[in-house]
Ligand binder design. Sequence first.
Ligand code: NAI
Ligand SMILES: O=C(O)[C@H](O)CS(=O)(=O)O
Length: 485
Amino acid sequence: MSLDLKDNTLLKTHALIDGQWVKSSDQTTFEVLNPSDGKIIANVYSSGTLETSNAINSAELALKSWRKLTAKQRSSLLMKWYDLIAENIEDLTQILTAEQGKPLAEARGEIKYGANYIKWFAEEAKRIYGDTIPHTLPGTRILVTKQPIGVVACITPWNFPNAMLARKIAPALAAGNTVVCKPANETPLSALALGELAHRAGIPAGVINIVCGKTTEIGEELTSNPIVRKLTFTGSTAVGKKLTADSARTMKRTSMELGGNAPFIIFNDADVNDAIAGLMISKFRNAGQTCVCANRIFVQSGIYDQFVKAVKIAISKLKVGDGTEAGTQIGPLINERASKNVRALILDAHKKGADVLTAEESPTGNFIAPTLLLNTSDDMRVFKEEIFGPVAPIIKFETEEEVIRAANNTPVGLAAYFYARDIGLIWRVSEALDFGMVGVNTGTISDEMIPFGGMKESGQGREGSRYGLDDYLEMKSLTIGGIDK
Ligand SMILES: NC(=O)C1=CN([C@@H]2O[C@H](COP(=O)(O)OP(=O)(O)OC[C@H]3O[C@@H](n4cnc5c(N)ncnc54)[C@H](O)[C@@H]3O)[C@@H](O)[C@H]2O)C=CC1
Ligand SMILES: O=C(O)[C@H](O)CS(=O)(=O)O
């Protein structure tokens, strides 16, 4: 399948190592498929241990000069990259929808979202401040300075293949680090196109390296090679735990943005129309394939019937289809494994007594119709697992205490949402929810200015915001004597 791009040179199939596009040493490739129709978009060279080691060495070499640039010099190179992404947004959008499946409007939004992290950290690069500390011994002076960590490994998922990579590379480079990136094999083309635009922006060879293909080999090299001093990962909790353990062998710093199981709570005094609008965004964005999607929907008994009636109407209006078709709101899931898993979750709920409300004509292939589950119970898999699909399980609750207990009854703690208007209730519930990000009367909590990350088994660290650079800096104290000589 040929993509209809203005600039076909953005479609890269090689690894980016030391500023060169290189084939894998064994010449093997893997297929990138369009999740809508299963057609091959491209064959990408499959990197392994050797390519990853070469990429790490090139990042180490480039580090020497990259970290010596002034903050303003790094900032202006990041801004040039931002400008080139904006100039090429339509091609990046086509590439993203082709390999990930999301509707073009969502793909365009993701690219703007990712670019906004680059712009944000181009600005933050100039605000990496230190401290002075009153001296503790006569004739001394004490400073606290910040310096880059060094070579950073960035591993990203398929659900936001552009934005998740931008959200890692931008702070890493702003802080003076260099990177070796491994995108998901389902969606490498968006990452490689970002690498090409960074090269065109004048970001020097070796500062950004991108390898993909032999996942286990790449992972083993990234986690074991002592030159890599930090690993940042977005993906499943299971893989995050493995990468954290493997990185401990050389005590690498890690940032983990892992799985979620978001409660979405509607109290009796909520504005039901607002709650429905927020749920449509939080639950069905990216066909439900985000780590912050509403996963368990709790509705207080006083408005349950009104809410269910309204949500049925809202869900029935959602249009399922190929991401390139006008009006599509729900694209395909990423692959057959994902769609089979979601169908299994629906079947499990049905077997355990749920009423399954979905489109009469159930779509085939990787497409899943938006599905409402009623008469549910918390023994169903949909309450314990990250659904990662357009399925909305609803459960009724009576009291504030009961729903807080149920909402927190999960080993993860990434995002939570609730709708209410009583200010006392809003403060009590906000403080009682054990989640890193809480949306109150909104289903939108993601922005480059907001710290993104979770508690418990949803990971460690924060991405974006004024806190985002901390994860990419080392703090150093300087105690200087001989001042009175
Ligand atoms: N929290 C989040 O933002 C995300 C959560 N997920 C969860 O993960 C599940 C599976 O989706 P995947 O993309 O397969 O997530 P995953 O966690 O399996 O993969 C995410 C990234 O890690 C890489 N990876 C996997 N094993 C690795 C290893 N041993 N060494 C190095 N890299 C490795 C993958 O190639 C991909 O680039 C989803 O169904 C969802 O539950 C997936 C994507 C995003
Ligand atoms: O990994 C994800 O699902 C994204 O972080 C979600 S968001 O940043 O687009 O909200």
